[in-house]
Design a protein around this ligand. Structure first.
Ligand code: XBP
Ligand code: MG
Length: 254
């Protein structure tokens, strides 16, 4: 019997949810938000550490504020890192840093990146579900949403996965898995929106398509495998992607 030709099946995956990263994606929070907050915390606790813009760019490859401070101390202040009270110091520094960061956010000096507010508005109008997957502390997320989009905005996000809620931060996929579990959606129906290679890796390892909008700190990173790379979210048209059936071609022999 002659062999039947393969049947190409295109699987349609309607877009049901957008999952946003926060730092660097919703707003350029790192240089003028997290960085000065770390420096204020160092001064508060009597440390002569100072993270300038360039050094901070290097340190950003380590996600998570506590993890970033540990990494820095182990390399630049090994005597302090070796002290018995180092864990408590990191905890105190991070608590002070979060207080300073929240004050900066509340002062309204950290605007959303271009196109973010409009995309969120369009997504809500279309009934798309919204979620957050970030390594930063949960209070930082709600404060930023509140300060930039208004008091109701945190409630627009059905799931907010943030900070230490998972053991390993991005580029580990755990935070995206945590969010998908709570959305009870498969990755095929969701789009992750990120600004960094660490975030892209986390999304990819979860099976998510990922749109990357780089910023000054992440512009030179490797975004191979990203679904799209756009300068900012003004370039992103939700109408053009009702379905995410971009590359789901399956060869099925009949
Ligand atoms: C953001 C981070 C965060 C912040 C600091 O990464 O790495 O660690 O810089 O936040 P992403 P905390 O954008 O991939 O989520 O100090 O609250 O940890
Ligand atoms: Mg980010």
């Amino acid at each position: 019997m002659p062999e039947s030709p393969p049947v190409i099946v295109r699987r349609m995956h309607p877009l049901k949810a957008l999952i946003f990263d926060v730092d660097g994606t919703l707003a350029d929070t790192e240089r003028d938000g997290h960085r000065p907050a770390f420096n204020h915390a160092f001064a508060d606790l009597g440390l002569d550490w100072h993270w300038d813009e360039s050094l901070y760019g290097e340190l950003l490859t380590i996600t998570g504020g506590k993890e970033r401070m540990r990494h820095y101390a182990e390399r630049h202040a090994p005597d302090i890192a070796a002290r018995p009270g180092f864990d408590a110091l990191v905890r105190d520094l991070h608590a002070a840093k979060t207080r300073h960061y929240l004050r900066l956010v509340d002062s309204g000096t950290l605007p959303l990146r271009p196109g973010v507010a409009t995309l969120i508005q369009h997504a809500r109008q279309r009934g798309l579900r919204l979620a957050i997957a970030t390594t930063t502390t949960p209070e930082n997320v709600t404060a930023l949403l509140h300060a930039t989009l208004g008091p109701d905005a945190p409630g627009w996000f059905e799931v907010i996965g943030a900070g230490d809620i998972v053991p390993n931060k991005k580029p580990a996929p755990e935070i995206y898995r945590w969010v998908l579990d709570r959305l009870t959606l498969p990755p095929e129906n969701c789009l992750a929106i990120e600004d960094s290679a660490n975030g892209l890796q986390a999304a990819q390892a979860t099976g998510l398509r990922c749109l990357v909008t780089p910023n000054d700190y992440t512009a030179g990173e490797d975004f191979s495998g990203a679904w799209r790379v756009l300068a900012d979210l003004r370039e992103f048209d939700l109408d053009a992607i009702a379905d995410l059936a971009i590359s789901n071609l399956a060869n099925i022999s009949s």
